[in-house]
Design a protein around this ligand. Structure first.
Ligand code: ATP
Ligand code: K
Ligand code: MG
Length: 706
């Protein structure tokens, strides 16, 4: 079974695999260690990854990037409007989701962002399995920590459609932290002061900072902050705007009126930006940019820095906020680790260094650290791999609240409760308690929509609890619901059950006064979080009707006071009596929609494969014609009669003419048939040659043996 980690970046995707007792980043079909996160559509097939990049300029309208930033969004979201500046294909609305409209195989088609991501992930799957020579299914993939439930569900759906099993969606900086921690042998012990590391990732589109505490065998994220619109592409854009103005002035051309010219300038600007990370000035030259005009100019590093000054002025913001949320000061941070391509920019490094007042550390591979961390996580989660265990405590980024309809029997019941708060541990499970006599619904949503990216829908899910009824004495059923913010950062109400109070005698445990205990704690996936009451304020008023919530925790005094008897006490315990079915409605795709999308994806994969195979057969035929033409008057000259030579040459010529004419665009079977036709003529000649070679070899061997 394979173990794969994927850093799904806005610009580049890096794939790491576990093998040879370690984790390696793998190369793609053109030997690159990162694959452009792009999908393109052509007249005969799709272009996924590298070919999409190669075709981009000639295929702008049918090329889609920013894939991960589109997933889970709607077209009207202002953030999507920002993305449209970076996506050359037109974005459209498809059933409330953003997608792209492209021409594929001669037809206008629309694909949702989820489908587009799944297409790209199909490519990731192929790349990984080609390298591992194994079918690939399990993987861990990274996402920005600021991704919400709906965005995470969109990526989960996309992976499933691509036939992949996402074992964990991991926050980018947490993945970097895992890659850092798992390889260190000198982490502090449990009694020592933890090592505190700030991980800063600045990529193509976004910037995150996590402050992480390390101890032997575990990491704890103390805070994660971000700037969702801060990355390399903002540098590129500033340069493009600058050059657009310069070229207008100097060459009288308006590149903004020509999408191809903009993309070519953007590519040149990115190159220039990278050179300026190492050099103080650099040239930019583009031939025949538009209207046959060649452009050429220079830029100094300081000029670039002036262009992005508004961005540079924001560098400290996430850092400051990260310290505040972690309740730490700059001096508490032991190490500042940088990852992400954009952290190579000297001005950013300077500002970060100045902020922390300490030397920056680059012990992680800036481009590969996140993919490696994901692969380690996948290895930890994979049943077949043995890895040193490493506990990962991540945190909740946005508060989540539950709301519900008031019970008709409890007139002054509260109708909402924030169950997960920013900074709480993730993953975690909380038990919600409800007193009900009939089936009821609750909804989960983000409590502070203003914290969310763009205008993303704060709604998370609706959960209907079934089979609820009053007991024989017309008393409430005590319903317990398990709300879990899982490994992926996705919220579900995973199960429900009802309990009854029973008085039992039990030995007095040696526990601290007031310590909270709940029967559910034995559940392996229930975390340390305290039990969450369903109603907090109106509790007293209803004490007669409903059992006090924590009554099971109150020991009966009498049992405690008797000294001579063995120490037992009577306690009221909530005993699990049965399950409550829960029907959930969330932003995840319905199974039927996923199956349909998976079938569509599979047929597109077959289409792509057929085109690739056909191209391969055509190339083989072409190569064979050239090879035969050269050899018939050389290697094979002595093995063919003049008549045979004439016949073969005529066949080769006819085949070549055909290849450049109607054979330009034939089917795979036709190319194979053409090849067989030539072989029928050439075969006997080639055979005679090999017979002679073999004869000579045998003779030589016989001579040596004698
Ligand atoms: P994101 O994390 O925002 O989703 P990503 O993971 O695809 O995006 P990275 O691969 O970390 O992004 O970084 C890519 C960015 O880094 C690009 O904008 C690229 O131009 C920039 N970059 C790479 N090398 C350099 C360099 N030497 N100097 C300046 N910028 C660089
Ligand atoms: K990346
Ligand atoms: Mg990244």
């Amino acid at each position: 079974m394979s173990v794969v980690g994927v850093d799904f970046g806005t610009a580049n995707t890096v794939i790491a695999v576990a093998r040879n007792r370690g984790v390696d980043v793998i190369t793609n079909e053109v030997s690159n260690r990162a694959t452009p996160s792009l999908v393109g559509f052509g007249p005969k097939s799709r272009y996924l990854g590298e070919p999409a990049k190669t075709q981009e300029i000639s295929n702008l309208k049918n090329t889609v990037g920013s894939l991960k930033r589109l997933a889970g969004r709607s077209l009207s979201d202002p953030d999507v409007q920002i993305e449209q500046q970076y996506v050359s294909a037109p974005l459209v609305e498809i059933n409330g989701q953003v997608g792209a409209e492209v021409t594929y195989m001669g037809k206008k088609e629309q694909y949702t962002a989820v489908q587009l991501v799944s297409m790209f992930l199909s490519k990731v799957k192929t790349t990984a399995s080609a390298e591992l020579k194994l079918p690939v299914s399990d993987l861990v993939m990274s996402v920005p920590a600021w991704f919400t439930d709906i965005q995470r569900r969109a990526l989960m759906d996309a992976a499933e459609i691509a036939g992949l099993k996402l074992l964990r969606l991991m926050n980018d900086t947490t993945a970097a932290a895992l890659g850092y921690g798992i390889t260190k042998t000198d982490l502090p012990t449990a009694e020592e002061k933890p090592r505190r590391v700030a991980f800063i990732d600045i990529g193509h589109s976004n910037y995150s900072c996590s402050i992480v505490e390390f101890k032997k065998g575990e990491l704890t994220v103390k805070s994660t902050t971000y700037d969702r619109h801060f990355g390399g592409r903002d540098f590129d854009k500033a340069l493009v705007d600058h050059f657009a103005a310069e070229f207008k002035e100097k060459y009288k051309i308006d590149i903004k009126s020509n999408p191809k010219a903009v993309v070519r300038v953007a590519a040149a600007a990115e190159k220039l930006k990278k050179i300026l990370s190492a050099n103080l000035q650099a040239p930019i030259n583009i031939e025949s940019l538009m209207n046959d005009v060649d452009v050429s100019t220079m830029m100094k590093r300081e000029e670039l820095e002036a262009l992005v000054e508004p961005l540079l002025q924001r560098v400290h913001v996430p850092l400051e906020q990260a310290l505040i949320e972690a309740k730490l000061t700059k001096d508490d941070i032991d190490i500042v680790e940088l990852v992400g391509g954009c952290t190579r920019v000297p001005a950013l490094k300077e500002r970060i260094q100045k902020f922390f007042g300490k030397t920056l550390s680059f012990t992680l591979n800036q481009d590969e650290a996140i993919a490696r961390g994901c692969a380690f996580s996948c290895a930890i989660l994979s049943p077949v791999f043995r890895v040193r265990d490493f506990a990962i405590h991540d945190i909740v980024n946005y508060p989540i609240e539950f709301t519900w309809e008031k019970s008709p029997d409890i007139p002054d019941e509260d109708t909402s409760l924030t169950v997960f708060n920013r900074g709480n541990q993730m993953p975690s499970t909380k038990i919600l308690t409800f007193y009900r006599k009939e089936a009821f619904n609750l909804e989960a949503k983000y409590a502070q929509p203003e914290l969310l990216p763009g205008k993303i829908n704060p709604w998370i899910g609706r959960f209907s609890v079934k089979n609820v009824k009053a007991d024989s004495k017309d008393d409430f059923m005590v319903c317990k619901l398990k709300a879990r913010l899982n490994l992926h950062g996705i919220l579900n109400v995973e199960s429900g059950y009802y309990v009854e109070d029973m008085e039992v005698e039990e030995p007095v445990p040696e526990e601290k006064e007031g310590e909270k205990k709940e029967g559910d704690k034995k559940d392996p996936d229930v975390c340390r979080d305290p039990v969450v009451p369903s109603q907090t304020s109106s509790e007293d008023e209803h004490a007669t009707k409903r059992p006090r919530l924590n009554e099971n925790l109150l020991t009966t005094k009498k049992a405690m006071e008797t000294d001579d008897k063995p120490k037992t006490r009577k306690v009221k315990k909530q005993v699990r009596k049965g399950d409550l079915p829960i029907v959930s409605g969330t932003a995840s795709l319905e199974d039927s929609a996923k199956t349909a999308a998976a079938e569509q994806e599979l047929s597109m994969i077959m289409e792509d494969k057929l085109v690739a195979d056909t191209e391969e057969k055509k190339n083989e035929l072409e190569t064979y014609i050239y090879e035969m033409r050269n050899k018939i008057d050389d290697t094979y000259a002595d093995f063919a009669s003049d008549e045979e030579k004439t016949k073969l040459k005529a066949k080769l010529e006819a085949s070549e003419d055909w290849l450049y004419d109607e054979g330009e665009d034939a089917t795979k079977a036709v190319y194979i048939a053409k090849m067989d036709e030539i072989r029928a003529v050439a075969g006997p000649i080639v055979q005679r040659y090999w017979d002679k070679v073999e004869g000579e070899r045998a003779a030589q061997k016989a001579a040596e043996d004698a």
